[in-house]
Design a protein around this ligand. Sequence first.
Ligand SMILES: Cc1ncc(COP(=O)(O)O)c(C=O)c1O
Length: 458
Amino acid sequence: MPSYIPEPFRIKMVEPIRLIPRDERQAALERAHYNVFNLRSDEVFIDLLTDSGTGAMSQAQWAAMLEGDEAYAGARSFHRFKAVMDEVFGFKHFVPTHQGRAAENILTATALKPGQSVPSNMHFDTTEGNIRARGGKPVNLVNQRAYDPGAHDDFKGNMDLEALRSFIEEEGTENIPFGMITITNNAGGGQPVSMANLRAVSEIYREFGIPFVIDACRFAENAYFIKMREKGYADKTPLEIAQNMFVLADGATMSAKKDGMANIGGFLALNDAEWFEKVCAELILREGFVTYGGLAGRDLDAIAVGFKEALEEDYLAYRVGQAAYLGERLLEAGVPIIEPPGAHAIYLDAASMLPQLEREALPGQALTVALFLEGGIRGVELGTVAFGYDDPESGAPIYPKLELVRLALPRRVFTQSHLDYVVDVLTEIKSKTGDLRGMRMTHAPELLRHFSAHFEPL
Ligand SMILES: Cc1ncc(COP(=O)(O)O)c(C=O)c1O
């Protein structure tokens, strides 16, 4: 096995990137209020902000886009999309949406009443935001090992089954309109969920009559981890494993900007016909007709091809190998990360890396800023800024258990030498972490603070 699995593609079109001088990076940060979401992308050298919609499409996807049928209703593109949806996901009903959060919005709009709770292993920020925006309570019940960055479990995204059962018994089924699980668990380090855990979660939800909805953004990566790590699946294809996963659920939300290998798109799928009727009404009101859901026909074609490419084994081996390579090299350099690496990102453990900074000094944000200043690298804080909030009763700040900076890997975009550069920059930052200053939030919206908060150095 080579230490780095070569990219299973060659480059046929290039997009220039450039490292601007340090004084320009400093000026850009000041102009951006130290929030990397406010940077211009041409100020960024290696953009690891997200793996969402930032991937490179294949020649087959671009070719499929030319076949896009832009008919308002019943387009050929929709039917090609539907054929792949039926094969891979197999739910009775679905609508395309323009991205994952649109699916979450419609899901919560049609099912959630104020005061109700939605359990999951860990909700991602937009899911959490959509639940809170409807007056609901997102509840994270991932197993406790997920909060130990050094724990080496194969499936650190697994739900704590006892906690799920107790939660349902205490809360009452009437207060839980649906339950979820996120595969892989993005907010907790991109960690996979095992088939055994998915099956057990499904059984618990079904025992209590609670519809089970999978946040399926990285379903192909999750399927590959099951193939590599779970007994009994080594000989199954990622497609077969995906089919085995979805048959356990009553519905799914999806951002096709991840394992759809596309730059835009998503879907909401459900088995229940009555619920689906409400979904269609909401979709038509806000997104578009049920056969395009806010997308162009060509987007549906790109995603249909993308779903199948995401399940190809040589692609998945390279994808998982890339994250493993970056993770190993960072650990060798003494940079603390969430272990073991997932597939779509490396998560830096900012709390361990900058122990001199209290949580209120926002170590994750400080590290995010340092990455850009030192090397023109853009990551994202997933810690106090993204997941912290003020207690509605006391006003006291509530800190999430993990203080992370995510370096997401866009699909099929960067090569091994880009990853080596990231390691070099982090090694340099590691050698002078004592000099890093904390940050203060000077402006923050109530929900999804990391997207638009302003900061200044302490
Ligand atoms: C696990 C998870 N769920 C939901 C979403 C939301 O998807 P989108 O960005 O397409 O709205 C994301 C995207 O970052 C995600 O990672």
